[in-house]
Design a protein around this ligand. Structure first.
Ligand SMILES: Nc1ncnc2c1ncn2[C@@H]1O[C@H](COP(=O)(O)OP(=O)(O)O)[C@@H](O)[C@H]1O
Ligand SMILES: [Mg+2]
Length: 344
C-alpha cells in the first residue's frame, strides 16, 4: 500500500459524501466470520477520526484483532490510543472482557471492587460469566453502552462515536437483544434495570448495526437473514459493506464470449507469442480458455449476489481486496471508501 493513499488533513475535512448516520453514537459491525468485521470496524473508526471525531474501537471476542491491526501490544481492559488520523481525530481501542466487565459493574453499582477481587480469586467470576451466557452478553454490551452514555453526560472521557467489533451475524441479534436474553435470568432488580438501560441505547436511533459480506452466496444469504432478524427484533439496521471485491479482468464483451467458449483463439495465440510462450501454445490455450470461462462464471455469480444486496435498499459500500494485505495505509484507503459511500 502506498502512503499516497493517506489523505491530507484538508482533503480529509472536505472530501466524501455526507454521513449516512450523523446521529449515530454506536456503530456495531457484524458479518459472517472472516469477512472482515475487525478490518471494517477499524476502517470506520479511522474514517470518523479523519473527520475530527474522537472514536473508540471496542473488541468483545477476545481475539486481539485490533491490536494486531494497529501493530500495538495486546489491549488491556483499558482505553488506549492506537492512532491519530489526519484531521486530528483520535482512535482509542478497548478489549472488553466479561470478567473485568463484571468487576467493573460491581464497583460502579455497589462499590464492590474489593469484594469482586475476592470473588475472582475464588473463581466465582469465572463461574458466573461461564454459566450464564446471557449475563456475559449484557456485561459486554453494558460496558460498551457505559462508554456511549458518557457523551450525553458530557464526561471528559466521552467519545464522539463508539465502534463495536461485534460477534458474527448468526449471533448478533441475540447478543444485542440483552433484554430477552436476561428475561429468564433476572425478572427484576438491578441487573434487569441495567439490561433495560442497555437496550434503551441499542434499540434507539443512536445505534446502527452494519453487516460486512463477501460477494459469495453464503455470506450474502447470512446478511439477508441477519438483517431480517435484526428488523424482526426492532434493532436499528445500518448499512452493508461488501468487502474484498476483485474487479473483472475481462471486459463485458469478453466475459460473454468466455462464457460461451467463443473467445477468438487467434487473439490469444498472438498474446502468447508476444509473451514468448508460442512454443507451449497447445497446452496453454485450452487451459486459458477454461480459466476465462471460470472467471466469467465467477463474475456472473458476483453480479447476481450484488443485485441481491442492492435489493436490500440499504446504504452500501464496496471495498476492494487489498493485494498487499491490510496495513495502516490500506486501512486509510478502506476508510476513505466508506466515507465516500456515506457510511460513517
Ligand atoms: N479489503 C481487504 N483486502 C485484503 N485483505 C482483507 C480485507 N479485509 C480483510 N482482509 C483480511 O482478511 C482476514 C480476515 O479479516 P478480519 O477483519 O480479521 O475478519 P473478521 O473480523 O470478520 O474475522 C484478515 O487477514 C484481514 O487482513
Ligand atoms: Mg474479527
Amino acid at each position: 500500500m502506498t502512503s499516497s493513499a493517506m489523505p491530507t488533513p484538508d482533503a480529509a475535512v472536505t472530501s466524501g459524501a455526507s454521513a449516512s448516520w450523523p446521529e449515530v453514537n454506536l456503530h456495531v459491525v457484524s458479518g459472517k466470520g472472516g469477512t472482515g468485521k475487525t478490518t471494517v470496524a477499524a476502517a470506520l473508526a479511522l474514517e470518523l477520526a479523519r473527520h475530527g471525531r474522537r472514536t473508540l474501537l471496542v473488541e468483545v471476542e477476545g481475539r486481539q484483532g485490533i491490536a494486531q491491526l494497529f501493530d500495538t501490544p495486546p489491549l488491556p481492559y483499558e482505553e488506549r490510543k492506537v492512532a491519530v488520523a489526519p484531521g486530528g481525530g483520535e482512535v482509542y481501542a478497548l478489549a472488553i472482557d466479561a470478567q473485568d466487565a463484571l468487576l467493573d459493574y460491581l464497583e460502579s453499582f455497589y462499590n464492590l471492587r474489593r469484594a469482586g477481587s475476592a470473588l475472582r480469586r475464588m473463581g466465582a467470576v469465572d463461574f458466573v460469566t461461564t454459566i450464564a451466557p446471557g449475563l456475559r452478553d449484557v456485561l459486554l454490551t453494558g460496558k460498551a453502552i457505559e462508554v456511549v452514555r458518557r457523551k450525553e453526560k458530557h464526561a471528559s472521557d466521552a467519545y464522539d462515536a463508539v465502534i463495536l467489533d461485534a460477534p458474527p451475524t448468526g449471533r448478533i441479534t441475540k447478543f444485542l437483544n440483552v433484554n430477552s436474553e436476561m428475561s429468564g435470568l433476572a425478572k427484576a432488580g438491578p441487573i434487569h434495570k441495567h439490561a433495560d438501560l442497555v437496550m434503551s441505547v441499542i434499540a434507539s436511533p443512536q445505534t446502527a448495526v452494519h453487516i460486512v459480506t463477501l460477494l459469495e452466496e453464503m455470506p450474502v444469504q447470512e446478511t439477508i437473514d441477519g438483517i431480517a432478524d435484526l428488523r424482526d427484533n426492532s434493532l436499528p439496521v445500518g448499512g452493508v459493506i461488501v468487502n474484498m471485491t476483485r474487479p473483472p479482468v475481462l471486459t463485458d464483451r469478453e466475459l460473454a464470449m468466455a462464457a460461451k467458449g467463443t473467445l477468438p483463439p487467434a487473439a490469444i495465440r498472438s498474446s502468447l507469442e508476444r509473451a514468448g510462450l508460442a512454443a507451449h501454445e497447445n497446452e496453454i490455450l485450452p487451459a486459458l480458455m477454461r480459466e476465462a470461462s471460470d472467471h466469467s462464471q465467477r463474475v456472473a455469480l458476483e453480479r447476481r449476489e450484488m443485485t441481491r444486496i442492492e435489493e436490500l435498499g440499504l446504504p452500501t459500500a464496496v471495498l476492494p481486496l487489498l493485494a498487499d494485505g491490510v496495513d495502516l495505509g490500506g486501512l486509510y484507503e478502506l476508510a476513505e471508501l466508506l466515507g465516500e459511500a456515506g457510511l460513517r
